[in-house]
Design a protein around this ligand. Structure first.
Ligand SMILES: Cc1cc2nc3c(=O)[nH]c(=O)nc-3n(C[C@H](O)[C@H](O)[C@H](O)COP(=O)(O)O)c2cc1C
Length: 347
């Protein structure tokens, strides 16, 4: 595929996520309630939402989710997101780096380190592309050039099946992820894109050096639907509606993933990181995700929508959620978001 084709696809994704009904519905957080503490014995100043991630400080445990790169814009969206992340003290995941790896002239769009010197910055590549050894080598080189702190590897088989130019065979990706994780000099995290990460291969992935897992469950931005909208073809819509039966709501997938990771943590030097995304929209969603075992939460589309109003709107969105999360911590008798773990019940 010509590089320009990928750029057009990136722009389509952004446009459709801004203008169309692309969310799949209920991420499952409303099936849980936080357990309150009637006598919290805490004052607002006792609450500390700050945490650390990849050796850097965050004002609260939040990552701006992977979205873009290569779609143009002035300033490019990644620049706006990087300065907003820096002001609000959150982490930033860049969108898929495939356009950059195929067209080095796009580097400026991904090169945000100087705009956000203190921000934990993650790159993003597809597990399917990593099957190509030269792609793995170039990803390591480009990550070094961009001074990234880590790399998200995404798995999105559902999206690929509906995308007209998408992958059809997924053979060999597990091995490729493990090869990449052993060659990559920083932390590698694995994420789904809207179906909820499965747990069958966790032990192999952890043994192979993957350190974190983002559940990216159902209920938020639905890339199967986005691809059906792009394809604008009745067969793609039929396939997309058949695929609606696949995928776990984020909260349920997270419960499952977190329980499996707890088991896998036994006997390992480091506890794997659990990340929650997919339909995280409110501070209550964030608090419930943390209660269900997430170390950090992430959202993409709400940030994209806020970015249309400019950098200040993104910072305002992030600061409002952080303040609300602090109040929820207080009401649950928790000094930190980490103390929320276990403080939710299913209805
Ligand atoms: C415009 C847009 C582009 C995206 N591009 C990527 C991508 O390149 N790589 C990736 O792993 N996920 C990508 N995603 C998926 C998000 O990272 C996230 O997993 C998903 O949107 C669910 O989060 P949300 O419900 O908060 O939007 C994209 C999402 C949006 C909205």
């Amino acid at each position: 595929m010509e590089p320009t084709d990928i750029r057009i696809r990136m722009q389509h994704h952004l446009d459709l996520c801004l203008t169309e009904e692309v969310e799949s519905g209920d991420p499952g957080f409303s099936r849980f309630r936080l357990i309150p503490e009637s006598l919290p014995e805490l004052a607002p100043e006792s609450i500390d939402t700050a945490t650390s991630f990849l050796g850097r400080r965050l004002s609260f445990p939040f990552i701006i989710g992977s979205m873009t790169g290569g779609a143009g814009g002035d300033p490019p969206l990644n620049h706006l997101l990087a300065t907003a992340a820096s002001r609000a003290g959150v982490a930033l995941a860049l969108g898929s780096m495939r356009p950059l790896l195929e067209d080095p002239s796009l580097r400026r769009e991904y090169d945000v380190r100087l705009l956000a010197p203190e921000v934990p910055l993650l790159g993003n590549v597809s597990a399917w592309q990593l099957r190509d050894e030269s792609f793995r080598t170039r990803t390591v080189e480009v990550s070094r050039e961009l001074a990234l702190d880590g790399m998200y590897v995404h798995v999105n088989a559902g999206q690929e099946l509906v995308q007209p130019e998408g992958e059809r065979s997924f053979v060999g990706a597990l091995d490729a992820i493990v090869r990449f994780a052993s060659a990559y000099p920083g932390p590698v995290l694995l994420k789904e894109v809207g179906l909820g990460l499965s747990t069958r291969h966790l032990a192999r992935l952890l043994d192979g050096g993957v350190v974190g897992f983002d559940v990216a469950g159902r209920g938020g931005t639905d890339f199967v639907r986005v691809e059906a909208l792009r394809a604008d073809d009745p067969d793609a819509w039929l396939l997309a509606s058949a695929l609606e039966s696949v995928g776990l709501p984020t909260a349920l997938a997270l419960q499952h993933l977190s329980a499996e990771l707890d088991q896998q943590a036994t006997g390992r030097r480091r506890r794997p990181l659990t990340l929650a995304s997919g339909g995280v929209r409110t501070a209550a969603d964030m608090a419930i995700a943390l209660a269900l075992g997430a170390d950090l939460v992430s959202a993409a589309r709400p940030i994209l929508l806020a970015s249309r109003q400019g950098e200040d709107a993104v910072v305002d969105w992030l600061e409002a959620r952080r303040n609300e999360l602090a109040k929820l911590c207080l009401l649950c008798g928790c000094r930190t978001p980490a103390e929320l773990r276990g403080k939710a019940v299913g209805l």
